[in-house]
Ligand binder design. Sequence first.
Ligand SMILES: Cc1cc2nc3c(=O)[nH]c(=O)nc-3n(C[C@H](O)[C@H](O)[C@H](O)COP(=O)(O)OP(=O)(O)OC[C@H]3O[C@@H](n4cnc5c(N)ncnc54)[C@H](O)[C@@H]3O)c2cc1C
Length: 468
Amino acid sequence: MSLTILWFRRDLRLSDHPALVAAAGRGAVLPVFIHDDSVAGLGAAAKWRLGEGLRVFAAALEAVGSRLILRRGPAREVLEELVRESGADAVYWSRLYDPQAIERDTRVKTALRDGGAQAESFAGHLIFEPWEVETQQGGPYKVYSPFWRAVKDREVDDTLATPKLNAPSRWPESDRLEDWALGAAMRRGAEVLAAHCSPGEQAAQARLGGFAAHGLDAYKERRDFPAEDATSGMSEYLTYGEISPRALWHTALRGEASGKAGAEHFRKEVVWREFAYHLMYHTPRLLDGNWREEWDGFGWKDARGGAVRRWRQGRTGVPFVDAALREMYVTGRMHNRARMIVASYLTKHMLVDWRVGCDWFADCLTDWDPASNAMGWQWVAGSGPDAAPYFRVFNPGTQAEKFDPDGSYRRRWIAEGEARPTKTALSYFDAVPESWGLTPDDVYPEPVVGLSEGREAALKAYETFKAE
Ligand SMILES: Cc1cc2nc3c(=O)[nH]c(=O)nc-3n(C[C@H](O)[C@H](O)[C@H](O)COP(=O)(O)OP(=O)(O)OC[C@H]3O[C@@H](n4cnc5c(N)ncnc54)[C@H](O)[C@@H]3O)c2cc1C
């Protein structure tokens, strides 16, 4: 019987998994996860969340009579060794699209094929492969709306059922997940974060089912209110591939067919993620360089001072901004509206380079995604394609009046000055490093940059930049 190694990466699921279906169709399957440089380089929260995902995924495989073999080292060497050890004649995986992954996977594919094994990559992380969506002139899209119009009526294949997995005749040795200590960089924050996290495919499907039944209809109206649980919560499941984007697409389509008002808007948001990958694939500098290269000359302020530290710590003195940054520290996620506001405050009021914030998000988010994060930051800063114009400076005060009118989001996350602080606000002080020296009895600070003063400084900096 043929044996296929299934190299799992960001696709920790059994259903709607084209590579797994293909592998199961040709014989026995040997599931493997490799701790290589791409894992070593993850931010603290993302790495911890990966560990949680792997723990649940390994148990899901055991429940169907399979196993997850864990190995550490450069992917090519590990896979070549496993092919030799197990006698596998093929290695399959789901494609990734960031430049490092593409480079690694290309080398792995060549080496395996040179060694006589079959090596194939499959779709699954996206609904539309980045090269399958083209403008009429034959190039990539740079603006979201035409991208959406180009894909919205496309036929998308149905999701695939979980295949039956045949075990290899002998299981190779595996590392122990605990020995990888993926939560080590979290220090004491891991316990707090764990209370807000339900990893795994089953949890993802249950959450999506609940959202389809109770949240989809009102999604468009309520999705901007950060105190409400009005969005799907799918981002971290998509990040680790615990659910497929295609499952979200079809959930939305079924909602549209049954007249759910918010369903099309939900599908549009799912397509924003596709657009981010499209941009990253065609212009990889999206990740760490200004997409609009003229922004290389913008005069950002020095980011080393105490102001950035206060932004990171959620101590800017601007309640909506601080609430959002604390939400991220405690839960590993941040509401989309709040992401835009904290990013705007950092890049505009504080005039700090978007990459400083992008890196902090990469360290703190459990749904960290290279493409969506970089696109989001560049969109807010004004340096990205299809970006918000620079002169659009979010005012956290008026945003709070509009989207947190009764202050419940801010009270949920800010303890200082409250006679009876909420449990979630207090949990922030349990999560942060002791070295920050913060307590709920601290005096809530004055704004690090005043709202109108910051807005004027941002506009002036932009005028100077434009004139140069
Ligand atoms: C500065 C900034 C940084 C961001 N960083 C990330 C990140 O690291 N990882 C990440 O997944 N998203 C990121 N986003 C996008 C967005 O904030 C999150 O996807 C969203 O908050 C996740 O919540 P949800 O799953 O409940 O979303 P829903 O509103 O339920 O949307 C459904 C899905 O659509 C996709 N989506 C929605 N909005 C966006 C968007 N603006 N861009 C791309 N995809 C979107 C996501 O996959 C999401 O899970 C960022 C946005 C900004 C402004």
